[in-house]
Design a protein around this ligand. Structure first.
Ligand SMILES: *Cc1c(COP(=O)(O)O)cnc(C)c1O
Length: 417
């Protein structure tokens, strides 16, 4: 392959990660469904837990897209997070954004906390809280931007500069943006981590995770974690993800254009209390988002003037948005965070941080935007104008705390799916 690093993003997405065709002339790589390899082969493979041609191809292409020297692939986003956190030791402090992904929170609190790892959470969209990095000297600063489901945008360059002052490793969960919109390593982060299950693969047909870095020590740690913790993907899933990322730029362009158009329209729509989207001027970190991201991505959050029951009825009335967890696929999905991803978070905590009963998260797909708009419009009309008020009254009489299972810890507002 003659791809060069000065080639553009889409050129690299298409041309990197090809090879191992042997003498066949195959334009795209085969799937290497083998657990083991004959000793002393020229390519240096031994056993698939510690490497496989399909992993190598995926790692080559994603390293290139993240602007990184190295990347290591894993079975899922959570496997990638496990790999990074497993490198810490008892007594280490992790300083994390308080709105991190719920499974990251669960790993930190319910798995690694048992081994003496301490995590403290702050609203890092407020620069006044960056002082805590200087004060607490954490081993790792854990960021996610944009966050789920509030779509807060964090200043990766600003926070990385403060972290560098105390020698802390900065990890950015880049899942919501994808390397097409945002490259954390160029902004000063040590590790860029993604659940490739979402935008990178983009077809909702397999799980995967990736950690990209320019730091040789961290690269060796990731390789070690891949094989020693058994966090490797299946060769077929690595192959699917390599195929998926070839169209990342094209898909992201459409996701972003569709989401921006729907966000602008929803902001003017009756019955909509609030719309969150990083590229709307009403977003609290709009200027930062414009600086840090190429576009606003495909996730859009709207709060409707309605009860939980009416919000769920709205979701059921949609024809083109499937009610499901996950995001970033070609097909549109809808999610009601208060009863799905954030059901474990106590109602008071949810309301305090802005996750109201009528909050809906859309993962806007690449369908025709007119169809998506029409779909949302008909479902909203049906719910808000036909029975929303009645439903709102009904739910106001039932205490929300009676329906919500209480979580042990109320600190994080991450999801727990
Ligand atoms: C989905 C997701 C993960 C976890 O990825 P899996 O592939 O589901 O394990 C991590 N971070 C974010 C932001 C996610 O959305």
């Amino acid at each position: 392959m003659t791809t060069e690093n000065k080639d553009g993003f889409s050129t690299r997405a298409v041309h990197k990660g090809r090879g191992f065709a042997g003498t066949t002339g195959a334009v795209m790589p085969p799937v290497f469904m083998t657990s083991t390899f004959q000793k002393d082969n020229p390519d240096g493979f031994d056993y698939t837990r510690s490497g496989n041609p399909n992993f190598r191809l995926l790692e080559e292409s994603l390293a290139s897209l993240e602007g990184a020297q190295f990347a290591t692939c894993f079975a899922s986003g959570v496997s990638a997070i496990t790999a990074v956190i497993s490198c810490l030791k008892s007594g280490d402090v992790v300083l994390a954004e308080e709105n991190i992904y719920g499974c990251t929170y669960r790993l930190l609190e319910r798995v690694f906390n048992k081994f003496g790892l301490v995590t403290r959470y702050f609203d890092l969209s407020q620069p006044s809280h960056w002082e805590e990095i200087r004060r607490q000297k954490p081993a790792v600063v854990w960021l996610e931007s944009p966050t789920n489901p509030l779509l807060k945008v964090l200043d990766i360059a600003g926070i990385s500069a403060v972290a560098a002052g105390v020698g802390a490793t900065v990890v950015v969960d880049n899942t919501f943006a994808s390397p097409y919109l945002q490259r954390p390593l160029e902004l000063g982060a040590t590790l860029s981590l993604s659940s490739t299950t979402k935008y990178v693969n983009g077809h909702s047909d397999c799980l995967g995770g990736i950690v990209a870095t320019n730091d040789t020590t961290w690269h060796k740690r990731m390789r070690f974690a891949q094989k020693s913790l058994g966090l490797q993907p299946s060769p077929f899933d690595a192959w699917l993800t390599t195929r998926g990322q070839r169209t990342l730029a094209l898909r992201m362009e459409r996701h972003c254009a569709n989401a921006l158009e729907l966000a602008r329209w929803l902001e003017t729509r009756r019955g909509v209390r609030r719309v969150s989207y990083p590229f709307l001027p009403s977003h609290p970190q709009y200027e930062l988002a414009r600086r840090q991201m190429k576009a606003g991505s495909g996730i859009l959050v709207a709060e409707f003037d309605c009860s939980t029951e009416a919000a769920l009825e709205f979701c059921r009335k949609l024809r083109l948005f499937t009610l499901a967890e996950s995001l970033g696929g070609v097909e549109s999905l809808v999610c009601h965070p208060p009863t799905m991803t954030h059901a474990q978070v106590p109602a008071e905590v949810r309301h305090k941080v802005g996750i109201g009963d009528g909050l809906i998260r859309f993962s806007v797909g690449i369908e025709d935007v007119e169809d998506l708009r029409h779909d949302i419009d008909q479902a909203l009309t049906a719910v808000l104008e036909a029975g929303g008020t009645k439903l709102r009254r009904a739910s106001a009489s039932a205490s929300p705390s009676q329906r919500e299972p209480r979580a042990k810890k109320s600190r994080s507002i991450g999801s727990s799916q």
